[in-house]
Design a binder for this molecule. Structure first.
Ligand SMILES: [Fe+2]
Length: 204
């Protein structure tokens, strides 16, 4: 288990040519982050999940997302950006969607559900470039807050979000809740220190 600073420095030391889907996924698999070292970045809100920027280089952004029980992302894609995700605390469910059709002129879209899986401490994942539309959920049934670590390459500040009910999609600007531990929002936040789950401690 590594502290977040060591994790970020190691990621930043991967040369751009070697910053491949598999290399970054392997890095996440072999470098599990100590949740105690994330204390400066863990802000939760009852209103919305929070995005907390930890590290940014010209090649990637490293963000911790804090999920209260029951919170979920919009259905979204990453506009051809590469994206990897690991869990630092708890677990989350990812639902993928297949784009049936869309119309850029009207904003119409039709999606259908495809695969879904759970990401926990042992199973980092990358976003499938062939099927990049997904939703991340921390369902009530998991009974715990969750913290996920996201590597986005390259940094970006917009994504497309999809609404199944209205069959409409649109661009949204992504806003960080905190950056380098500094609060950037008026949203009511709770700063939280999380202890490693007991079964994780056994594996130290
Ligand atoms: Fe995503």
């Amino acid at each position: 288990m590594v502290p977040i600073k060591e994790f970020a420095d190691g990621l930043a030391s991967i040369p751009e040519k070697q910053f491949t889907d598999q290399a970054v996924l392997d890095y996440l698999r072999w470098n599990r982050v100590d949740v105690l070292s994330l204390a400066s970045y863990l802000y939760f809100s009852g209103e919305h999940y929070t995005r907390n920027l930890i590290h940014r280089t010209p090649l990637f952004e490293l963000i911790a997302i804090c999920w209260e029980t029951g919170q979920r992302s919009a259905i979204h894609n990453h506009r051809d950006q590469r994206c990897w995700m690991a869990v630092a605390y708890g677990k989350v469910q990812v639902q993928n969607f297949r784009l049936v059709r869309k119309n850029a002129a009207t904003g119409f879209c039709e999606l259908e559900s495809s695969t879904h899986f759970v990401i926990d401490l042992d199973s980092p994942q990358e976003v499938d470039p062939a099927e990049p539309i997904h939703q991340v959920v921390n369902p009530h049934s998991f009974g715990s807050r969750a913290v996920t670590l996201h590597v986005y390459s390259r940094p970006f500040d917009t994504c497309e979000i999809y609404d199944l009910k209205t069959e409409h999609y649109e661009d949204v600007k992504l806003v960080n809740t905190t950056e380098y531990g500094v609060v950037k929002t008026a949203m009511k936040l709770e700063k939280v220190t999380l202890l490693p789950a007991p079964d994780t401690v056994h594996r130290l």
